[in-house]
Design a protein around this ligand. Structure first.
Ligand SMILES: Nc1ncnc2c1ncn2[C@@H]1O[C@H](COP(=O)(O)OP(=O)(O)OP(=O)(O)O)[C@@H](O)[C@H]1O
Ligand SMILES: [Mg+2]
Length: 232
C-alpha cells in the first residue's frame, strides 16, 4: 500500500533523512520508533507532502512525492499530528465537520455519529472550543478529525504523548478497534508495551537512517536494540 524508497529530506541546509525505505501493507499496523530528534516527524511530514523530499513515495501504486498535502489527503492518507493541532477557535463539532469537507468516498464512511461512538466523551463537549479541551480530549478529536476524511492509511505522530494512563488506554483501544476494521496505521509512540501488542512491524530510526526493522516478537526479544536506539 505504501512504499517509501530512498527518502531524503531536511530543513534549509541540514539534511535529516538519509535514504529511508519503509513498507506498509493493507491492514497492517506499522511503527516508526527512535529517540528524540531522529527524524520520525520529518518522515511523516515528507509523506504528507508538507516537506520537500527526494526519493519515491508510492501509495496504492501511485507516486505521491511532490503531491500537495491536500492531494495526499485526497489520495487517502490522514495525519494525527504531533501536538494535535486542533483548531482552537472551532468547536468540537466544527473541528470534525471541517475535515469532512475534504472527505473521500468510502464503502463504510466515517460519520459524526461513528466518531462519537468511538469516543463518547467527545459527545459531551460538542459545543466546547478546541482550546477548552484537555489533552486527552484533543487527541481523541484529532483522531476523529482524521477519520472523518475516510483515510486508507491513518498516521499518528506521538499517539499518546503526555496523556494520562486512562486516556492512553482509550487511544490504544481505539487503534485496536480500527485495526480490527482493517484500517492500515502508521504509528509513532514511545510506549513499547502497548505498541508491540498492536503492531505487526517496526522500523527504528537513528539519525535519519533505518537501523533496525522487525516484528513485535523480534523487538521484544532484542533488549540491546531497545536500550541502544529507544532508550528503554
Ligand atoms: N522546522 C525545522 N527546522 C530545522 N530543523 C528541524 C525542524 N524540525 C526538526 N528539525 C531537526 O530535524 C531533526 C529531526 O527532527 P524530527 O522532529 O523529525 O525528530 P523526531 O524523531 O520526530 O523527534 P521527537 O521524538 O522529538 O518528536 C532534529 O535534529 C531536529 O532538530
Ligand atoms: Mg516527532
Amino acid at each position: 500500500m505504501l512504499e517509501v524508497r530512498n527518502l531524503r529530506a531536511g530543513y534549509d541546509d541540514s539534511q535529516v533523512l538519509f535514504g529511508i525505505d519503509l513498507d506498509i501493507s493493507a491492514g497492517q499496523v506499522v511503527t516508526l520508533l527512535g529517540r528524540n530528534g531522529m527524524g520520525k516527524t520529518t518522515t511523516v511530514w515528507s509523506i504528507m507532502g508538507d516537506l520537500r523530499s527526494s526519493g519515491s513515495i508510492r501509495f496504492e501504486g501511485r507516486e505521491i512525492n511532490r503531491c500537495t498535502s491536500y492531494q495526499v489527503c485526497q489520495a487517502g492518507i490522514a495525519l494525527v499530528p504531533e501536538g494535535r493541532r486542533i483548531f482552537p477557535n472551532l468547536t468540537v463539532r466544527e473541528n470534525l465537520v471541517v475535515s469532512a469537507a475534504n472527505r473521500r468516498k468510502a464503502a463504510a464512511p466515517w460519520t459524526f455519529e461513528r466518531v462519537l461512538e468511538m469516543f463518547p466523551s467527545l459527545g459531551h463537549r460538542l459545543d466546547n472550543f478546541g482550546n477548552q479541551l484537555s489533552g486527552g480530549e484533543q487527541q481523541m478529536l484529532a483522531v476523529g478529525r482524521a477519520l472523518m476524511t475516510n483515510p486508507t492509511l491513518l498516521i499518528l505522530d506521538e499517539a499518546t504523548e503526555g496523556l494520562a494512563p486512562k486516556i492512553c488506554a482509550e487511544i490504544w483501544d481505539c487503534l485496536e478497534q480500527l485495526k480490527a476494521l482493517g484500517q492500515s496505521i502508521l504509528v509513532i509512540d514511545k510506549n513499547i508495551a502497548h505498541i508491540t501488542r498492536i503492531a505487526d512491524y517496526h522500523y527504528v530510526l537513528r539519525k535519519g537512517c533505518i537501523v533496525w526493522k522487525g516484528t513485535s516478537s523480534e523487538l521484544l526479544s532484542a533488549p540491546t536494540i531497545q536500550k541502544e536506539y529507544l532508550g528503554i
